[in-house]
Ligand binder design. Structure first.
Ligand code: INI
Length: 144
């Protein structure tokens, strides 16, 4: 596939998001994308993902954006704010630009739940799922 893909990854909880990114890149490469087709940028936290995704999605040479983050519940309402606004922003960017903006932001109650979705071999990995979803969506939007 000739597509160019941007990945926006959050540094907050990077012990989780690095696992998402690693699996995402591995799957994109397994599906035939070259390193030069993929641009990765880091933002401080998931709350900052949408604005970076918007700037990238507006670029003519970017076909789709993958958003990777990990919002893990703490003791305050902050979790809801970050998780909800991040998800809302990601959807807005997709609808505003008409490009796939893939939601790879984990929202979990515990660190263990996040690890189970971002781990290595054998565990589920949301980053890998996002790589598959982005390629499916790029192909679909070209077709319909
Ligand atoms: N950002 C995350 O990506 N995950 C979190 O779990 C999180 N918590 O729990 O606070 C978090 N907060 C930072 C936020 O995304 C912004 O970077 C910060 O509020 C500055 O705007």
């Amino acid at each position: 596939m000739k597509a160019r893909i941007a990945i926006v990854a959050s540094s907050f909880n990077d012990y989780i998001t690095k696992g998402l990114l690693k699996a995402c890149l591995a799957e994109l490469q397994r599906q035939g994308l070259q390193q030069g087709q993929i641009t990765t940028v880091w933002v401080p936290g998931s709350f900052e993902i949408p604005v970076a995704a918007l700037k990238l999605a507006k670029r003519k040479n970017i076909d789709a954006v993958i958003c990777l983050g990990a919002v893990i519940r703490g003791e305050t309402y902050h979790f809801e704010i970050v998780a909800n606004e991040c998800a809302r922003g990601i959807m807005q960017v997709s609808l505003m630009t008409g490009k796939p903006v893939i939601m790879g932001v984990l929202t979990t109650e515990t660190v263990a739940q996040a690890q189970a979705r971002a781990g290595g071999k054998g565990s589920d990995n949301k980053g890998r799922d996002c790589a598959r979803a982005v390629l499916e969506m790029i192909a679909l939007l070209k077709h319909i």
